[in-house]
Ligand binder design. Structure first.
Ligand SMILES: CC(C)(COP(=O)(O)OP(=O)(O)OC[C@H]1O[C@@H](n2cnc3c(N)ncnc32)[C@H](O)[C@@H]1OP(=O)(O)O)[C@@H](O)C(=O)NCCC(=O)NCCS
Length: 172
């Protein structure tokens, strides 16, 4: 009998609009319908993913993980990039795919001079990438649970305050 050998090595690619449906389905499996009633959803609604900062992982030619990035601003015009969602298909978790995607997206942000990356998530996972809890009272389009608003700043005096909004290109 012949053995069937499948290459389980993840390969990483910059994201693009052709992936929208497949990545949307991946997020649906990871988060369910609740994703539409989260504050983060309203930072993506009417916004446009910055594919240059976003990455997918493929195994055997299929997308198995994605991390998408979105431009936002506060009411004073301070800008930042919002990270999320990041999701890895359940059967491929614990293989450091999430870790690699985070590094790629953050490196892309650093290379283009992004000063603040903001996200809503578990400090216990994202602290390893340099994220800290945000002490400011940022006002999201919907309330967010205490302790889950995190940022990674590359310039100490960069700031976000008050209400935050989607800030779609073409400002780039
Ligand atoms: C979070 C997620 C992206 C991590 O992807 P991954 O490829 O499994 O991550 P890595 O392999 O780099 O790291 C895995 C480690 O992170 C830990 N980890 C995963 N989620 C965690 C969390 N919420 N808090 C703390 N640690 C966490 C795991 O315990 C694991 O440790 P182990 O391998 O020693 O058991 C993945 O679990 C996922 O898709 N979760 C569902 C979607 C989600 O919650 N996304 C984050 C919010 S946007």
């Amino acid at each position: 009998m012949e053995a069937i050998i499948t290459d389980l090595t993840p390969y990483y690619f910059q994201d693009n609009a052709d992936n929208d449906i497949i990545v949307g389905e991946l997020y649906a499996r990871a988060f369910g319908p609740a994703r539409f009633v989260k504050a983060a959803h309203f930072l993506r609604l009417g916004n446009v993913c910055d594919y240059d900062l976003s990455y997918v992982a493929k195994i055997d030619g299929k997308i198995v993980a994605a991390c998408r990035m979105w431009h936002i601003k506060d009411e004073a015009g301070n800008t930042a990039v919002f990270l999320g969602p990041i999701a890895v298909e359940r059967q491929y978790r614990h293989l450091r795919i999430g870790h690699e995607l985070m590094k790629l997206c953050l490196n892309a942000c650093d290379a283009t001079g992004v000063k603040i990356v903001l996200l809503v998530g578990d400090y216990s996972y994202f602290a390893q990438f340099g994220f800290e809890r945000v002490a400011n009272n940022l006002v999201f389009p919907l309330p967010v649970m205490d302790g889950r608003v995190l940022w990674r700043k590359t310039e100490g005096d960069a700031n976000l305050k008050g209400r935050i909004f989607p800030f779609p290109p073409p400002h780039k």
